[in-house]
Design a binder for this molecule. Structure first.
Ligand code: BGC
Length: 861
C-alpha cells in the first residue's frame, strides 16, 4: 500500500505535503488502470473517429472539441483525486479521451513511487555541462514515467538559482540562463522522445520558498531582468526542447500571481514566444477563476477549486467566454494527440518496477560526471592504491545516512544506496584497510534524553496557533521529548498544523560536568534551563538541529522547559544530550583518522522545497569535525553532499574537496571511481560558491526574502557570477570552475567574421590539448563582454562545449554565436535589440579564467 504523499528524505523527514493525500495504492491503481484503459481504448464502432486518424493533432483536437459538452470540457481542465498519481484527470470514456496522469519529477519518478531509479540531483547534471548526459538523464526519467503509467512528467525545474539558500536549488540547474536552457532543452527532448509530455516548471521568477504561494512572495523585477535572466531558459525549452506543457509558479510577479499573470501567460508566453502547449498551475497555485482563465491558465491542479463548478458557472454566466474555455481544452487535447496518447493507451502502471541496471548506469555516470573537484593540494588525488594502505571514511553521510537526494516533490525513493563506505571499501580491495567512523550523530542530533533523567515526568500543554499565547486547548503527560508527528495531530483536539506546545518538568543530571544538549525540530523550538534560554531554534524550517553546552552538577535538579510550534508540513521534535565523560563520536573519528593514511570526511546540508535554508554553513558540528580530522590527519579530503554553495571555513586545512551534490543511489560507486581516478573529475560549478553570505547578490533583507510584502530583485541582471564580476568580488570558487586529474591548454582562438551584421553567425574555433598524463574531459567556455554602454554585466556565458581528450591529444572545438548572444532587452521598445559596437569574446575554463580573447565588431539593430 502506498499513501499518496511526498516521498521521505533519507533521515525520515518528509517534504512539504501536497494538498491531496491518502488514497490507497490498491484502490487507486485499480481505478487508474480501469479508467485509463477504458478511456483510451478505441471503441471500434467509429464513435471516436479521431482515434487512429492521420490528421494533424490540432485538427483532431478540434474534432473532439465539437463533440464535447460543457461538462466534458470542465472535467478536462482540472485535476481530480482517486488516483495513484500526484495529478490526475480522469478519462472520458464516451469520447475516448485517455486519463492524464501527472507525476513528478526533476530527478526521476518521485512522490513516493517505488521500483524507480534515484538519479543524482539535477544540479549534478548541470555541473556536468553536458547536454548529451542531460539527454541520457531525460531518457531514464521519460521511460520510467511511462512505465509507471504517467504521461506527463513534472520537470525539469529550470528556475534560476538566484540565491544558494533556496530550498530547491538542488532540483534546479544553475544560476545562468544559457547553461540552464541548453540542458533543459536536451533533457526535455529526451523525456518527450519516450512519449511522455514534459511539463517544465515553474513559470516564472520562482526563486525562493519563503512566503511561497502568498502575495508576500511578490517579486518586483524589471522586464529586462526577466527577459535576460529569468525567462530565457523557458523560451529555450519551447524553441529547442519543444516542450508540451508549462507549470506556472507559486510566485507573485510584479503584483500579480504567476498563474493569472497576463503579462507572463499572454504577452510573453503566447504572443512573443508562440507557445502552443498547455499551462498547468502548480499545486494550489490557482487563485481565481475568471482572472486565471482570461489570463491563459489552461489547467488547475490538483483539484477543481476554481476550475470545477466555479468555472462552469462563469462560462454559463458569460464571465469566461466559451471560446476561452475551448482554447484551454484545445491546448490540452492537441498535446495529447501530439504525444500519441489517444492512439497508444498507456501500458504502464504504478506498481511496475521500472528501474534497471542500464538506468543505474546512467545514475552512476551522472554522479561521476557531475561531481566537481574543488581542491587537490599536492596531487593527493587520485588515491594511489599501491601507496595508500588505510583509509578512514568519516561522517554520517559516509555510511548509512548518505545524503543521496534532496526533499519535496523532487525526492525519489532509491531501490538501494551504495554508501560511500561500501563503494570505497569495494574499490580499494583487500590490500587497503578501509574503516568507518560516524564522527557525529546524524544531522547533529544527539541521543534523546532518556525518561529516567526527567524524574517525575513532564507536563505538556498544547495551544492553538504558533505563539503559545492562546488558551491551552489540551494537556497531557510525557516521559521524554522525542516525537515525529509526520504532519498529523499530536493528540485529539489539537489540529495537524498551526499548533504549539510546551513541556515542563525537572531534570536530574547523572554526572557533574559539561553537557551538550541538542534540540531538533520541524518547525520551531527552544529550550530553557532554570528559566534561561539555552537553545533558540525558533523559526519555520524543515528539521533543524541546534546545540548548546551547559555545566551541571550530579543530582542537582534543574527546571527544564521546551517550547515548540508547528506551522505546516511535517512536524517533529527531539531533545537530545551528551553526558560528560562519554566518548563522543568525534573523538572516535579523530582516533581513526590518526591511524589512517587518508581521511575522507563526508559533510552535507539538506534541502527541500517548502522552506529555504537559513544560512549556507554546513553547521558548526560538521565544520568542527572537519577541522578536528584535518588536524589529526594531514591527508584529509572532504566530500560535500549539498544542493548548492556552502562556506568552507576549513578550506586551508584540508588537501582535497569534492562537491558531489546529492549523488543518487550509485553514490559510493561514483565517489570511489573519482577518488581512485578510474574516472577523471570534469564537472564545473553551475553556481558560484561565495566566501560568505555577505557576498551573495541578494544579501539584503529587501532582496531576500523580502520586506513588507515585496521581494526586490534590485540586483537586476547581476545574478550569480555576473554580480561577483560587476562588484569585483572574489568568490571562494567561481562559476564554471572545476579541477581535473589532467591538464589542458587552450590555444589558437579564431573568431570569424571580425565584423558581423546581426543575424549572421559568429564562429569560434579554439584548440584544446590534453597536456597531462590522463585521459579526461574539458569544458571550453565562451563568454561575451558587451560594449560598456549597454549596461550589461561584465561578461556572460554564451557558448560551451565539453570534449574528451587522451593524453597529448589536441582537438579543434568549434562553437557558434547567434544574434541572441549579442541581444539586449530594450526597455523602451520592449523588444530585443543588438547594440552596435565592439564585443570581446573571452574563452577559458571558468568564468574567472579566460586566457584567450578576441574582439569583433557587431553592426546591430
Ligand atoms: C511543487 C511542484 C510539484 C507539485 C506536484 C508542488 O508543491 O512546487 O514542483 O510538481 O507540487 O507535486
Amino acid at each position: 500500500m502506498r499513501i499518496i504523499a511526498r516521498g521521505r528524505a533519507p533521515d525520515g523527514r518528509r517534504g512539504q505535503p501536497v494538498a491531496m493525500l491518502a488514497a490507497t495504492l490498491l484502490a487507486a491503481a485499480v481505478l487508474t488502470l480501469v479508467t485509463s484503459l477504458a478511456g483510451a481504448r478505441p471503441t471500434g464502432d467509429n464513435s471516436c473517429p479521431w482515434v487512429g486518424q492521420k490528421a494533424s493533432p490540432a485538427r483532431r483536437a478540434h474534432e473532439v472539441l465539437r463533440h464535447m459538452t460543457l461538462d466534458d470540457k470542465i472535467a478536462l481542465v482540472h485535476g481530480a483525486g482517486g488516483s495513484a498519481y500526484v495529478g490526475h484527470i480522469p478519462a472520458n470514456e464516451r469520447l475516448c479521451i485517455p486519463a492524464l496522469n501527472l507525476e513528478d519529477g526533476p530527478a526521476g519518478v518521485a512522490d513516493g513511487m517505488t521500483g524507480v531509479t534515484q538519479l543524482p540531483a539535477p544540479v549534478a547534471v548541470a555541473a556536468s555541462w553536458d547536454p548529451k548526459l542531460a539527454a541520457g538523464y531525460g531518457e531514464v526519467i521519460g521511460s520510467e514515467e511511462a512505465g509507471k503509467g504517467a504521461n506527463v512528467n513534472l520537470g525539469p525545474t529550470i528556475n534560476i538559482v538566484r540565491d544558494p539558500r533556496w530550498g530547491r536549488a538542488f532540483e534546479s540547474f544553475s544560476e545562468d540562463p544559457y547553461l540552464t536552457g541548453e540542458l533543459a532543452a536536451s533533457e526535455i527532448r529526451a523525456v518527450q522522445h519516450q512519449g511522455v509530455i514534459s511539463q517544465v516548471k515553474h513559470y516564472a521568477v520562482y526563486n525562493q520558498e519563503t512566503y511561497r504561494n502568498t502575495p508576500q512572495d511578490d517579486a518586483i523585477v524589471s522586464r529586462r531582468a526577466m527577459h535576460e535572466i529569468y525567462l530565457p531558459a523557458f523560451q529555450q525549452a519551447i524553441d529547442e526542447g519543444h516542450v508540451g506543457s508549462i507549470m506556472c509558479s507559486y510566485s507573485t510577479v510584479n503584483g500579480e500571481y504567476a498563474c493569472q499573470n497576463r503579462y507572463l501567460l499572454k504577452k510573453v508566453l503566447r504572443n512573443e514566444w508562440g507557445f502552443k502547449g498547455f499551462v498547468t498551475s502548480d499545486w494550489g497555485a490557482t487563485h481565481s477563476t475568471v482572472p486565471s482563465a482570461r489570463a491563459g491558465l489552461d489547467m488547475e491542479m490538483p483539484d477543481g477549486t476554481y476550475y470545477g463548478s466555479a468555472l462552469e458557472q462563469a462560462v454559463e454566466e458569460g464571465q469566461v467566454s466559451e471560446k476561452t474555455l475551448d482554447r484551454m481544452v484545445l491546448h490540452i487535447l492537441t498535446q495529447m494527440f501530439r504525444f500519441g496518447l489517444f492512439d497508444h493507451p498507456a501500458r504502464g502502471n504504478p506498481d511496475a518496477t521500472v528501474t534497471s541496471p542500464a538506468h543505474a548506469k546512467v545514475a552512476r555516470e551522472v554522479a561521476e560526471q557531475g561531481s566537481v573537484l574543488l581542491k587537490n593540494e599536492g596531487g593527493l588525488l587520485p588515491l594511489d592504491a599501491s601507496r595508500v594502505h588505510s583509509i578512514a571514511v568519516i561522517g554520517p553521510g559516509g555510511g548509512s545516512q548518505a545524503m543521496t537526494s534532496g526533499g519535496g516533490s523532487a525526492q525519489v525513493q532509491a531501490p538501494y544506496v551504495i554508501t560511500p563506505y561500501q563503494g570505497i571499501s569495494e574499490r580499494a580491495g583487500s590490500g587497503v584497510k578501509v574503516r568507518y567512523a560516524e564522527g557525529l550523530y546524524p544531522q547533529g542530533q544527539l541521543p534523546a534524553v532518556p525518561a529516567s533523567a526527567f524524574g517525575s515526568g513532564l507536563e505538556v500543554t498544547y495551544y492553538g496557533g504558533t505563539d503559545l499565547s492562546g488558551n491551552p486547548i489540551a494537556t497531557g503527560e510525557a516521559s521524554n521529548i522525542d516525537y515525529n508527528w509526520k504532519g498529523s495531530s499530536p493528540t485529539s483536539g489539537v489540529p495537524a498544523t498551526d499548533w504549539s506546545a510546551s513541556w515542563s518538568g525537572t531534570l536530574i543530571p547523572p554526572k557533574t560536568g559539561t553537557y551538550t544538549f541538542s534540540l531538533t525540530s520541524d518547525d520551531g523550538s527552544r529550550l530553557y534551563i532554570d528559566g534561561k534560554e539555552l537553545i533558540n531554534n525558533w523559526g519555520d524550517h524543515a528539521a533543524t538541529t541546534k546545540t548548546a553546552r551547559i555545566q551541571l552538577t550530579a543530582g542537582q535538579q534543574v527546571n527544564i522547559r521546551v517550547e515548540y510550534y508547528q506551522a505546516g508540513g511535517d512536524s517533529s521534535l527531539s531533545l537530545g544530550w551528551q553526558v560528560p565523560g562519554s566518548t563522543s563520536p568525534k573523538q572516535q573519528a579523530v582516533e581513526l583518522a590518526k591511524k589512517s593514511d587518508v581521511a575522507v570526511v563526508f559533510a552535507d546540508k539538506y534541502e527541500s522545497e517548502g522552506s529555504d535554508l537559513q544560512d549556507i554553513s554546513l553547521g558548526s558540528d560538521q565544520n568542527r569535525l572537519i577541522s578536528a580530522i584535518a588536524k589529526a590527519n594531514p591527508n584529509t579530503i572532504v566530500v560535500l553532499n549539498t544542493g548548492s554553495a556552502v562556506t568552507m571555513p576549513w578550506i586551508d586545512r584540508v588537501k582535497g574537496v569534492l562537491e558531489a551534490w546529492y549523488p543518487g543511489q550509485e553514490d559510493g560507486n561514483a565517489i570511489a571511481a573519482l577518488l581512485f581516478g578510474d574516472v577523471n573529475p570534469s564537472g564545473k560549478l553551475p553556481v558560484t560558491f561565495p566566501k560568505n553570505l555577505a557576498q551573495v547578490p541578494a544579501h539584503t533583507p529587501a532582496r531576500w526574502p523580502g520586506v513588507d510584502g515585496k521581494v526586490h530583485y534590485s540586483e537586476g541582471l547581476d545574478v550569480g557570477y555576473r554580480w561577483y564580476d560587476e562588484k569585483n568580488l572574489e568568490p571562494l570558487f567561481p562559476f564554471g570552475y572545476g579541477l581535473s586529474y589532467t591538464t589542458f591548454r587552450l590555444s589558437h582562438l579564431t573568431v570569424t567574421p571580425e565584423k558581423v551584421h546581426t543575424g549572421h553567425k559568429v564562429r569560434i574555433r579554439v584548440r584544446v590539448t590534453n597536456t597531462g598524463s590522463r585521459p579526461g574531459d574539458e569544458v571550453v567556455q565562451v563568454y561575451v563582454a558587451d560594449p560598456q554602454r549597454t549596461g550589461e554585466p561584465p561578461r556572460q556565458l554564451r557558448a560551451f562545449e565539453k570534449i574528451h581528450l587522451r593524453p597529448g591529444q589536441s582537438k579543434r572545438v568549434s562553437m557558434s554565436l547567434t544574434r541572441r548572444a549579442f541581444a539586449v532587452w530594450d526597455g523602451s521598445t520592449q523588444t530585443w535589440k543588438v547594440p552596435d559596437g565592439a564585443y570581446r569574446i573571452l574563452v577559458g575554463d571558468s568564468s574567472r579564467n579566460l586566457p584567450l580573447e578576441a574582439s569583433i565588431q557587431v553592426e546591430g539593430q
